[in-house]
Design a protein around this ligand. Structure first.
Ligand code: IDP
Ligand code: MG
Length: 142
């Protein structure tokens, strides 16, 4: 295993539910420490660009509408095997299928409003981090 960085987003529903602190606290407990963090209200163009891989999916329009409805918290998390570890802590996309104790099992309202985003590969993590942060905004702590 190696130290990796991954992009995490607390989605609008997570901000609205007032679980920013709980989510960040959980990541810290799991050894996924924030090394960059800011709050941003995505424009339609920014959300469409971020989710461009899902452009053809039937839920794309709704997803963009959801992700732009209020501010989100974008973070870079750093730790051992951070990409896969973050996905484990998040749980399955659909909270009904998410393992007990995962962030989505605890906080998500449904398959769309599922509280957190996490990069799904090291390659996408690098792209997604660059989408939101410049090199000088990311502070390695390892
Ligand atoms: P992931 O976030 O677990 O990686 P993806 O398949 O990459 O899941 O989907 C991206 C996001 O799109 C999900 O987190 C969720 O917000 C939304 N989404 C995924 N599948 C559906 C669906 O069937 N209906 C509505 N929204 C969906
Ligand atoms: Mg995904």
């Amino acid at each position: 295993m190696a130290i990796q960085q991954t992009l995490s987003i607390i989605k609008p529903d997570g901000v609205e539910k007032n679980v920013i602190g709980k989510v960040v606290g959980r990541f810290e407990e799991e050894g996924l420490v924030p090394v960059a963090m800011r709050m941003v209200h995505l424009s339609q163009q920014e959300a469409e660009g971020f989710y461009a891989v899902h452009r053809e999916r039937p839920f794309f329009g709704e997803l963009v509408e959801f992700m732009t409805r209020g501010p989100v918290v974008v973070m870079v998390l750093e730790g051992e095997d951070a990409v896969a570890r973050n996905r484990e802590v998040m749980g399955a996309t659909n909270p009904a299928e998410a393992a007990e104790g995962t962030l989505r099992a605890l906080y998500a309202s449904g398959i769309e409003e599922n509280t957190v985003h996490g990069s799904d590969s090291e390659e996408n993590a690098a792209k997604e981090i660059k989408y939101f942060f410049s090199d000088v905004q990311v502070f390695s702590r390892s």
